[in-house]
Design a protein around this ligand. Structure first.
Ligand code: KG4
Ligand code: ZN
Length: 358
């Protein structure tokens, strides 16, 4: 079966074609048009601008995916679309396009939750069979959730952030440090610089480091539950950065910035890894499955890989091109809805910006 999937929940216009054959997925096309450069000028996403760009891009992107897969509409068996959560005006572009195409070509339509797409983006890429239960961690710009996957389409929320999502914290701390948008990749690069600077710490910086500890809290690390909180970490990062600004020269500040980025990243990763591994043990899961934009972070991937190895757990991690928003993950998640015959009538489908998976 061939599934054409559309994703437009935030600032990526995406279309993918996923083939499912004897329980194995093959991504025939995965076209993504990112608006990140446009929004970077504003320091964040402007919903009105995002929607307008989706309108401009969506049809050319769909055409491109069909062309890349060397197919035509007669060969498409199903259409899948992200129904929510996300920015309403962005979602509507994908949803209205998918509805129209499903109606005109008379192709069955399924709606997929964006978080379900991220959640299954790692497991699906190779084959559709998993040993359940899995413990999933979705870490994106809008969500940070630990989810128990009892089976496909059977999810339970184990824990989530009580305030900012991890990706949001990356973006906000990057802004505080003057690193631009999106913050995740910028912090990650600066944190790598910190390793370089460790060998060339000036006397002044050394003195400051003994005066101002470049140490941030690990919020809720020891709490009994699986909830998290990243808002206080963001505030602590701001105070630390302000203190350093009072003491350091511009040159030393650049180095200190890398050290703060590294410490912030370490704090977020420690909380995410500890809570997720603890949840896997508690719920007797054999595997942890990661997904979402933050799962592109190489230090996070390495920490999860080390921690799961130590705990004797399997780690399912998405390919880099499936970490950020993409339509291939929507196509893969759609497969389970198609198997369950969860179809929607085109005229009944509406974008749902608040749609929670669990
Ligand atoms: O999943 P995603 O593309 O969109 C949402 O559904 O929100 O996630 C975007 C988030 C942004 O906050 C971005 O800063 C973060 O993922 N991100 C990263 C990295 N790449 C993207 N965070 C940390 N390290 C990265 N390498
Ligand atoms: Zn996303």
């Amino acid at each position: 079966m061939k599934i054409l999937a559309i994703e437009s929940s935030c600032d990526e216009t995406a279309c993918a074609i996923v083939e499912v054959n004897k329980g194995c997925f093959k991504i025939l096309a995965n076209v993504i048009s990112s608006q990140v450069k446009v929004h970077a000028k504003f320091g964040g996403i402007i919903p009105e601008v995002a929607a307008r760009l989706h309108v401009e891009k969506i049809l050319p992107i769909i055409d491109k995916a069909i062309e890349q897969a060397n197919l035509n509409w007669k060969k498409i068996d199903y259409i899948a679309v992200t129904g929510g959560p996300g920015l309403v005006s962005s979602l509507m572009v994908g949803v209205e396009t998918a509805k129209t195409l499903a109606y005109v070509y008379n192709i069955p339509l399924v709606r997929v939750n964006h978080i379900e797409g991220h959640l299954l983006s790692a497991g699906g890429a190779k084959n559709t069979k998993q040993k359940f239960p899995l413990v999933g961690l979705v870490v994106s710009g809008g969500h940070t959730q630990i989810i128990l996957v009892e089976d496909y389409l059977k999810y339970k929320l184990i824990g989530e952030t009580r305030d900012d999502a991890a990706g949001e914290a990356f973006d906000k701390v990057a802004k505080i440090l003057g690193l631009g948008y999106p913050g995740g990749p910028a912090i990650s690069t600066r944190a790598e610089d910190a390793l370089k600077y460790k060998n060339q710490v000036t006397k002044k910086l050394q003195k400051i480091k003994s005066k101002i500890k470049i140490k941030l809290p690990r919020p809720m690390l020891d709490s009994e539950n699986f909830d998290m909180s990243f808002s206080g970490l963001k505030t602590a990062s701001r105070y630390l950065w302000e203190d350093l600004n009072k003491e350091l020269s511009a040159k030393d500040l650049e180095k200190a910035k890398a050290l703060v980025a590294e410490e912030f990243q370490k704090a977020v990763i420690e909380v995410l890894v500890t809570k997720t591994v603890r949840a896997a043990k508690k719920f007797n899961a054999k595997s942890i499955i990661l997904g979402g934009g933050v799962s592109a972070n190489s230090a996070l991937r390495k920490s999860f890989s080390d921690a799961t190895e130590l705990a004797g757990l399997n780690l399912l991690i998405p390919d880099f091109q499936l970490t950020g928003d993409n339509a291939a993950m929507i196509g893969m998640a759609a497969y389970y809805h198609i198997k369950a015959k969860n179809f929607v009538q085109p005229f009944n489908l509406k974008a749902d910006p608040q749609w929670e998976l669990v």
